[in-house]
Design a protein around this ligand. Structure first.
Ligand SMILES: Cc1ncc(COP(=O)(O)O)c(C=O)c1O
Length: 447
């Protein structure tokens, strides 16, 4: 006999009547009752890049699993991890291309946590052990462990654990629609980036190891790209104070924004990249820390083991899925497709949704787009948080057969309703039209 969701297995929401998923193909998912859903959010939170049900991927995983899946990583290497790491080096962005080494882990949270560890250890090995602080931003999300809560700026996910994590200094986000400095780009002179310099000086550069940021803010802001010039300024400040720039590409990496990595839109080379989600397109748990060779060099020189690691890291079946996913992405030119379809999607949202009386902003890059719901378009006043408007929109869209990802907290970390859209990169124009049609109906019925 089948048990009901939440009877034995705990799901996040206690009230939601979870359908049970049966199978998925392309941009569609089906439940066990036979209902069809269109995937507007990459499976869940910007994960599925190459589409659902691509046969090559389980085939590659199966072939590896027949040989072995788990391996004693303290004694052996595995061919799939070696092949994947070499492949990733060739696709690394800008000044990292063919100049990185990759560390494999399981989730995006592991990747950002390990990236922060690497920054700290890098300085320790160089005799600069006081450098330990990771500066971060409000309205940012970097993972869901207690350590990540400290360097994330997502109020809802941090608040009840406050006191349990080591907090990081936060600078305001690069968020033109609700500029934290009440300024207008480009006259603002990028005060949001300059805030990093102030923060580093306040804490003392001798204490600051890294700055972490997403090129396009996902879960915390609903697809907000940084303004042009922002990351150039960040890079300048990091270089000036010997601070590493950690680029969190967990959502934006591997084609999502129309470039292989989101940071490529800004022409800036990071020191370390954390990636996950799209690199295995959700076919298996896989994440990675890609870092310039010179970042690993002091550890190597001192023969000092990297102080990180989880039992299931660099799992051979997961690495096999990563190789197959990246090959599929390249073979089908899905990064280019994300740029083209993303442009169409943003355009369509601008034409169809922005004129609605409660849609205050639409934004995004490639196939990572979003919009913001407001009570008053002129003043940008949000709906009261307790009305849970974005959740209502998400739930009604789901009933209509569309999966979307709701976000909150653009205003003081508490108010503000946003919807993040990130369909698989194989989506076509008709399917985008279908999504926008449902979104429009849903918004009109909810607000
Ligand atoms: C930018 C960013 N970093 C890190 C994470 C954490 O990834 P995971 O959920 O795989 O631990 C997420 C998850 O949404 C994310 O969006």
């Amino acid at each position: 006999m089948k048990s009901k969701p939440n009877e034995f297995a705990v799901h996040r929401d206690w009230e939601w009547n979870y359908p049970v998923m049966s199978h998925a193909e392309g941009v569609y998912l089906y439940d066990t009752e036979g209902k069809k859903y269109i995937d507007g959010s990459g499976g869940s939170s910007v994960v599925v890049s190459i589409g659902h049900g691509v046969k090559e991927i389980p085939q590659a995983m199966f072939e590896q699993a027949q040989k072995f899946s788990f391996y004693p990583a303290h004694m052996f290497s595995n061919e799939k991890a070696l092949e994947l790491a070499e492949m990733m080096s060739g696709h690394a962005p800008l000044g990292m291309k063919n100049n990185i080494k990759t560390w494999f882990c399981c989730t995006g949270t592991d990747a950002t946590d390990d990236a922060c560890r690497l920054a700290k250890q890098y300085f320790t090995e160089k005799g600069q052990g006081t450098k330990h602080i990771v500066v971060t931003r409000w309205q940012a999300f970097h993972g869901n462990s207690l350590s990540a809560a400290g360097y994330s700026g997502h109020t809802f996910r941090r608040r009840i654990f406050q006191g349990m994590f080591a907090d990081s200094p936060h600078i305001p986000p690069a968020y033109c629609y609700r500029c934290p400095f009440d300024a207008i780009y480009p006259k603002c002179g990028l005060k949001c980036a300059k805030a990093l310099e102030n923060m580093i000086c306040q804490y003392g550069p001798e204490n600051v190891a890294a700055f972490i940021a997403e090129p396009v803010v996902g879960a915390a802001l609903g697809a907000v790209p940084a303004p042009e010039g922002y990351f150039t300024e960040i890079r300048r400040i990091c270089d000036k104070y010997d601070v590493l720039f950690i680029d969190d590409e967990v959502m934006t990496g591997w084609g999502r924004t129309g470039k292989m990595f989101g940071i490529e839109h800004y022409g800036v080379t990071p020191d370390i990249i954390a990636c996950a989600k799209g690199m295995s397109s959700g076919y298996s748990p896989l994440a990675a820390v890609m870092a310039k060779k010179e970042i690993w060099a002091p550890l190597e020189k001192n023969n000092s083991a990297f102080r990180a690691g989880h039992t299931l890291n660099a799992n051979a079946v997961s690495c096999a899925s990563g190789i197959a996913v990246i090959n599929y992405l390249l073979k089908n030119k899905l990064t280019e497709k994300a740029a083209e379809m993303g442009g169409y999607f943003l355009d369509k949202m601008t034409k169809e949704l922005l004129p609605l009386k409660n849609v205050g902003d639409v934004r995004g890059k490639g196939l990572m787009v979003g919009f913001e719901i407001v009570k008053d378009k002129i003043t940008k006043e949000p709906f009261p948080a307790k009305e849970k408007v974005s959740k209502k929109i998400q739930d009604l869209a789901f009933k209509k057969g569309l999966i979307i990802y709701q976000c909150g907290g653009s205003v003081n970390g508490v108010g503000g309703d946003m919807i993040l859209m990130a369909p698989p990169l194989v989506i076509n124009k008709e399917q985008i039209n279908e999504i926008v049609k449902i979104l429009k109906e849903t918004i009109n019925e909810c607000v």
